[in-house]
Design a protein around this ligand. Structure first.
Ligand SMILES: Nc1ncnc2c1ncn2[C@@H]1O[C@H](COP(=O)(O)OP(=O)(O)OP(=O)(O)O)[C@@H](O)[C@H]1O
Ligand SMILES: [Mg+2]
Length: 397
């Protein structure tokens, strides 16, 4: 009996001990769980406050961007994927007038500028303001952003600066010109004073008259150069047919080169229409022919070739068989007053460049000593023409 009681007591003790161990383990796990919950709560709170901080920062940035956009002197217009105005700043409202929001950009452009948008980088508004237009696609979404900047004052200032530069160049030149003109003037006066003599033979009279005429023409061309240079880009323009212009150029160059017995060739494989000042362009070709004649007074071969370049612009090539130029000379030939001739004013090519630039064209030159010189002039045409094939050969003499 006692034995049986002892056995049960031990069993109970074992069971208690096992129960105690389990309780301890459970208690440990529960504490661990509690700690983990505590840690998670802390992490959650930290994440929430970081997110709140980020949101506040974003809001602050958005507000700052809005303020900057409002304060920006340039007009900013945001277009959606359908080219309708989604957003704009106060400067845009002031420049383009209301209504803007929701309106198609093409309609607003037409209203403010008077013509449909052509993507030109600079436009003149109906109110006379000159505005530069930059358009860029939005990268993150469909649509684009258009920035318009009023450059009226800047352009006016640039015009004044250019005019002042030309005027000061004119001033510098005036003294030189007076000197240049004085010599042919004195010669002309001398010959004219002789013309009145009753004992003068008829052929001498004719010879003297020719000399006076030549001197006066020389002076006239110098004065014309000076005026073209002073005028800069402000020429009256007309629409010219390339063929008709080249016909006139041929007649004028033949007359100019006839006294030199020069060989002159016109090759024309171009057609189309130009917006140009005819007299100024004829003056350009006259200047180039004059230079070729000065470089090679005897045995001159001059070619004027007209063609279309890869961009369908009119390309004029004026080619001579003169002595060519060394690179040091070439670098300076378009500088006003650069000349290698004792009788030159160095204005001829400066005028050529100014006139061609005023026609939105470009002048280039290729030359090597002993290999002749080729001047190239590129001029935009009014519309892309169909090329024609026609070659004309004429002698100036
Ligand atoms: N076809 C050419 N061949 C060789 N040299 C040339 C040619 N064209 C121009 N030059 C050089 O370029 C210089 C500048 O030419 P530019 O026409 O500007 O002035 P210029 O002929 O000297 O004087 P101006 O034309 O005012 O009477 C010339 O003095 C000459 O040295
Ligand atoms: Mg010249």
């Amino acid at each position: 009996m006692n034995l049986a009681t002892d056995g049960r007591t031990r069993q109970l003790q074992d069971a208690f001990q096992a129960f105690n161990r389990l309780s301890e383990q459970l208690e440990g796990s529960y504490r661990e769980l509690e700690q983990r919950v505590q840690r998670l709560n802390e992490e959650l709170a930290a994440a929430r406050s970081e997110r709140l901080r980020q949101l506040a920062e974003k809001e602050r940035l958005a507000e700052r961007l809005q303020k900057l956009l409002s304060a920006l002197p340039a007009a900013v217009v945001v277009l959606d994927g359908k080219d309708c105005i989604q957003e704009c700043n106060p400067a845009a409202l002031a420049l383009l007038g209301e209504p803007l929001l929701g309106r198609p950009w093409s309609e607003v452009h037409l209203r403010a500028v008077g013509v449909a948008s052509s993507g030109a980088p600079e436009v003149v508004l109906k109110n006379g303001r000159v505005v530069s237009v930059t358009r860029r696609p939005l990268e993150s979404e469909p649509g684009s952003i258009v920035v318009l900047q009023d450059v009226t004052e800047v352009r006016a200032m640039q015009d004044t600066i250019h005019r002042n530069q030309r005027l000061s160049a004119m001033g510098e030149m005036a003294a030189g010109m007076a000197h240049q003109i004085r010599t042919p003037l004195a010669t002309a006066l001398l010959y004219v004073s002789q013309l009145g003599r009753s004992d003068l033979r008829a052929d001498d009279r004719r010879r003297f008259a020719d000399k006076v005429l030549a001197r006066l023409r020389h002076m006239e061309s110098q004065v014309n150069d000076m005026l073209s240079f002073a005028k800069g880009g402000r020429f009256g323009m007309e629409v010219l047919s390339v063929k008709e212009f080249l016909d006139e150029a041929r007649a004028s160059l033949e007359t100019q080169l006839r006294p030199l017995q020069a060989n002159f060739v016109l090759e024309n494989i171009a057609d189309g229409r130009l917006t140009a000042n005819k007299e100024a362009l004829l003056g350009v070709l006259g200047n180039l022919a004059d230079n070729a004649a000065n470089a090679r007074p005897q045995g001159l071969h001059l070619t004027l070739r007209a063609e279309l370049d890869a961009d369908a612009h009119l390309l004029l090539r004026v080619c001579d068989n003169g002595p060519g130029m060394a690179s040091e000379t070439l670098e300076r030939i378009f500088d006003p007053f650069f000349t290698t001739r004792s009788e030159g004013t160095g204005l001829g090519l400066a005028v050529v460049q100014a006139v061609i630039q005023a026609h939105n064209g470009q002048v280039g030159v290729h030359s090597r000593p002993g290999k002749g010189t080729e001047f190239t002039i590129t001029l935009p045409l009014r519309e892309a023409p169909a090329a024609c094939h026609e070659t004309e050969y004429r002698r100036a003499s």
